[in-house]
Design a protein around this ligand. Sequence first.
Ligand code: SF4
Ligand code: SF4
Length: 106
Amino acid sequence: MKWDISKMDSWTYKQFPPGAVIPESGNSDDYVTGGWRSERPWRDDEKCTQCLLCWIVCPDTSINVAGEKVTTFDLDHCKGCGICAQVCPVDAIEMVPEGCDLPGVK
Ligand code: SF4
Ligand code: SF4
């Protein structure tokens, strides 16, 4: 559908079309939202000191932790932003091209 917005400057709130309604919060968990990622994070377990900084800053809650240790990345939801790699104090995370066949890349 396309709207005729040529006279939008004179619209009142009544002319603006209604926006989408999201009835439940947190529903991205039900969908694969990382499908357009071009790079994925890869963590070197040898270098990682388990400081958990990457887990704190990940905007998509895509760093899995168990027993207070980073385990894997949730690649269904990771957007490949690279923030985790930027903040890691020991450079244990590297962003690698999507589809890369490195050992340990899941
Ligand atoms: S690349 Fe971005 S979204 Fe993916 S795990 Fe790192 S911080 Fe989270
Ligand atoms: S920020 Fe780096 S060192 Fe800290 S837990 Fe994440 S990968 Fe490991």
